[in-house]
Design a binder for this molecule. Sequence first.
Ligand code: NAD
Ligand code: MG
Length: 398
Amino acid sequence: MRQVTLLGATGSIGTSTLDVLRRHKDEFRLHGVACAKSVDKMLEIVKEFKVDVVAMSDEAAAEELALKLKANNLFAEVLKGDSGVEQLAGDGVADVVVGAIVGAAGLKPVLAAVKTGCVIALANKEALVMSGQLFFEEVKKYGAKVLPIDSEHSAIFQCLPYEAQIDLGYCDLRKAHVNKILLTGSGGPFRDTPLEDLKHVTAKQAISHPVWSMGPKISVDSATMMNKGLEFIEARYLFNATDNDIQVVVHPQSVIHSMVSFIDGAIMAQLGQPDMRTPIAVALGFSSRLESGVNQLDFTKISNLTFREPDFERYPCLRLAMQASLSGQAATTCLNASNEVAVDAFLNNRISYLDIAKVVEETLNQMPYATLSSIDEILQTDAKSREVALKIVETLAC
Ligand code: NAD
Ligand code: MG
């Protein structure tokens, strides 16, 4: 029986993870769950999975949950605040910690889990974008193992040989005879919208992704293709790749989830339904396979698979992310923080869709690029970037 802790249990990835775990209750036991403030969802999870510990970053919500657990005769330890979430992540009980908190908030809990030397099944790409190099130094130091949940990275992972799969962060792509990693993305809901109409795009339109059903932040990131930019940086760290090793390809149908081409001209692709339960099952089951509840693809119903180059005029955030990737960790931390601020302002109708890229670009211009050599320095750069980005939002706010 493997013990699992699920960070971000009430979100989109969290819910899909619970569905996979539900199908394998004799192989996995849910030890702990963490979220921000969804009291009723947490209550249901405790009822169903009889977890030992729950942690909520929102202290008032944690207190409310504790009362509701008591009223329902349910027993689980309740931890509160960011420190409570970190305490659960680092308690050392879980064999696998699923990192599915959204944004920079996931970094410290995931690092606490790394220190226990467990398997980290990672969805929280922002954590890697901020800390990639230092993150993998910690992984090595504490003997942890990282497995990707992000669907593209899971696809690439599945196309790579076993020696590379068990050495993420350090694998040698040359030894694996890799020519290129082909990172695919749907291009989001505004792929074919005339450029002059993008200025009128609303938050509601931006979060209606044509293929995937996801949380609000990543949905906006998919529309701007900042998501692909973050994934480009994530892929660099996970697969120990250079910028030249990775090519972004727009693939509107999202049937192929990414590919790897090899020196002999062969290309391996991973295909499947756009359902995150597949990559979650791959990470939880590795190196075996688990039934996930996902239907098989029916090739007789797929009429065509198309591909195109990304258009940087339509997707300036993708360009900014690829440039930041070349500049280093201070730039990628700043990119991520300013994007989180900009997306939040857009979702709250404070700035327009096109302002998201402006906020990120201007923040990157204003921030100095020191070398970051500790997690504290990364967190300081994250905080400073948010301050700068917020000021820029004020000047643009409608
Ligand atoms: P979501 O908004 O649906 O859920 C986020 C979860 O994080 C919720 O449970 C929320 O309560 C929790 N959370 C937020 N702040 C927290 C804090 N300070 N402490 C503890 N918990 C906190 O987001 P999502 O779509 O599930 O995405 C989660 C992560 O997975 C993101 O990093 C995203 O980029 C990545 N990801 C998501 C998908 C997808 O299909 N949804 C695909 C690939 C990668
Ligand atoms: Mg993805």
